[in-house]
Design a protein around this ligand. Structure first.
Ligand SMILES: Nc1ncnc2c1ncn2[C@@H]1O[C@H](COP(=O)(O)OP(=O)(O)OP(=O)(O)O)[C@@H](O)[C@H]1O
Ligand SMILES: [Mg+2]
Length: 485
């Protein structure tokens, strides 16, 4: 079916209708190419009305005509128009509405999102309302007032487009997020799959990963998935509390257990009853507390400091570390038996720089959140900022990203965040306007300085990391004016 404008070359002027608000009517939806029109199916058995509608609407839409139910369904299937006008009285019984209703329900069952505007004869309000009840989007009575119909159609296309965009967004978000964790990279999808699996079990889980990779968030997600979700999620950071206090913090104490113990106090194990106890930085736990923890894992019983009875607690233990526990084990600072008990399942969170595509996903979602929280209208990042985000090393992982975006939202002066707003001036920008030689030397200097400081001034190790011999590194340092400190 054809809808080329040339066909309307000799239209009678009274049929060329212009809506007063023609800007609104012609506002092209974003996803269409400039000259591409939206598809409209007109189901109408009265050919003079059909032709009139086609003439009047052909400027705005790509029109498809059908004059009966089967013809309509055929076009509907092949063209998939987002909006349809449907005359309810169709052959073989144009005075009845049966065929029209049938067409309505068949189209809706093929595409539940289609906007069908039902066209009824005069005084057929009952049928119109019934059609709405069955899923029609709107109704319109004959005789057709083109101006009014245009407004109704415009709104129908607009709503359809909005709904579609919304569906697409929801879909993108649901693929890229899981229990409050964002990530569409294969690495994070694997993590999500693992969390799903262990969430419904009772096994202890050890979560490893660099600082700020989301270990606590992952532990919370597992808790939320488990049957303990109504119970408490108690967090304690083993490295933040001195050993002497940590013991009573974890296990509680009886009145008079030590000087200053004026009252009896329950520890975190007891507060976590029926829930999850998350022990962060487990690598820092002292050997004597490791023994106590092991005992709990074996018997599910604890003893308060200064207490005489054992107390049964129903708690799931989860732990996290950003240290290499195996190394601590080889140094004799972490018990092997405890390690194997805690790490029945180990989930390792990848560093942010290794998660393909996640940096921008997280950055965009955080940008929207903080810009709404701060009532700022920031719409995105400049191309330079995107490049800077993608090439930065992210030693502080997601937490660092959060902080930089928070800062960027506050600092941005325009509607887009720049690398300066993020304090991420890229290597390229630094050497802009310099020759290749200076850029190369600058980069070399940065690289070497970073390796030396990372290895705490140990030149042998730095040279090893940089893949050069030690004398070569000394030569380079001399040439580039790098001091050992
Ligand atoms: N995948 C993610 N999606 C969204 N936000 C995340 C994600 N991972 C981490 N975050 C956010 O980053 C911050 C740091 O996460 P979290 O505290 O869980 O990291 P961590 O690994 O426990 O860090 P640390 O080692 O410093 O204790 C939190 O604000 C958290 O909400
Ligand atoms: Mg943490």
């Amino acid at each position: 079916m054809d809808s080329k404008n040339s066909k309307f070359g000799n239209l009678p002027p009274e049929l060329i209708v212009k809506h007063p608000d023609s800007n609104l009517l012609h506002a092209a939806p974003k996803t269409l190419l400039p000259n591409q029109k939206l598809k409209l199916l007109i189901v109408e058995d009265d050919s003079s009305i059909a032709t009139q509608m086609k003439w009047a609407l052909g400027q705005d839409y790509e029109i498809f005509l059908a004059e009966d139910r089967l013809g309509a369904l055929e076009v509907f299937r092949t063209e998939q128009p987002p909006v349809v006008t449907l005359d309810l009285g169709l052959p073989p019984h144009p005075a009845e509405v049966e065929e029209g209703f049938k067409a309505l329900s068949e189209m809706l069952s093929q595409d539940g999102h289609v906007k069908i505007i039902v066209i009824t004869g005069q005084g057929e309000k009952d049928n119109a309302l019934k059609a709405i009840g069955e899923g029609a989007y709107d109704f319109f009575s004959k005789p057709i007032q083109i101006e009014e119909l245009k407004v109704v159609l415009h709104r129908a296309f607009y709503v359809s487009q909005l709904e579609r965009e919304n569906r697409e967004l929801q879909q993108r978000l649901s693929v890229g997020s899981f229990m409050g964790m964002l990530g569409s990279s294969p690495q994070m999808q694997e993590v999500f799959a693992l969390i799903r699996k262990v969430g419904t079990t009772e096994v202890p889980v050890l979560i490893t990963g660099e600082s700020g990779t989301g270990k606590e968030l992952a532990a919370k997600a597992i808790h939320q998935m488990s049957t303990r979700k109504e119970g408490p999620f108690v967090v304690i950071n083993c490295s933040a509390i001195p050993e002497t206090l940590l013991e009573s913090e974890l296990f509680g104490h009886e009145k008079g257990a030590f000087t200053g113990a004026h009252v009896q106090r329950k520890g975190r194990f007891e507060t976590a009853q029926d829930g999850t106890l998350f022990l962060d930085e487990i690598g820092e736990l002292s050997l004597s507390l490791q023994v106590k923890l092991l005992r709990f894992l074996q018997e599910q019983r604890i003893e308060r400091l200064g207490g005489r009875e054992e107390i049964f607690v129903d708690v799931r233990v989860m732990t996290a570390t950003n240290r290499d526990l195996k190394e601590r084990m080889s140094e004799g600072r972490f018990r092997e038996d405890l390690y194997y008990r805690l790490g029945v399942v180990t989930i390792s969170l990848p560093p942010l720089r290794e998660r393909e595509g996640d940096i921008l996903l997280l950055a965009t979602s955080l940008l929207h959140r903080y810009s709404a929280e701060n009532k700022r209208k920031i719409t995105g990042f400049t191309p330079q900022a995107i490049r800077a985000l993608e090439t930065h090393h992210w030693p502080g992982n997601v937490r660092e990203l959060e902080n930089r975006i928070k800062r960027g939202v506050i600092m941005a002066e325009g509607s887009k965040i720049t690398p300066e707003d993020l304090e991420l001036v890229s290597q390229y920008a630094k050497y802009e306007g310099h020759g290749l030689k200076e850029a190369r030397e600058g980069l070399e200097r940065d690289f070497i300085e970073r390796a030396i400081s990372k290895n705490k001034g140990n030149i042998t190790k730095a040279a090893e990391e940089l893949g050069v011999a030690r004398p070569t590194l000394y030569e380079l340092m001399e040439k580039l004016g790098i001091k050992k400190e």
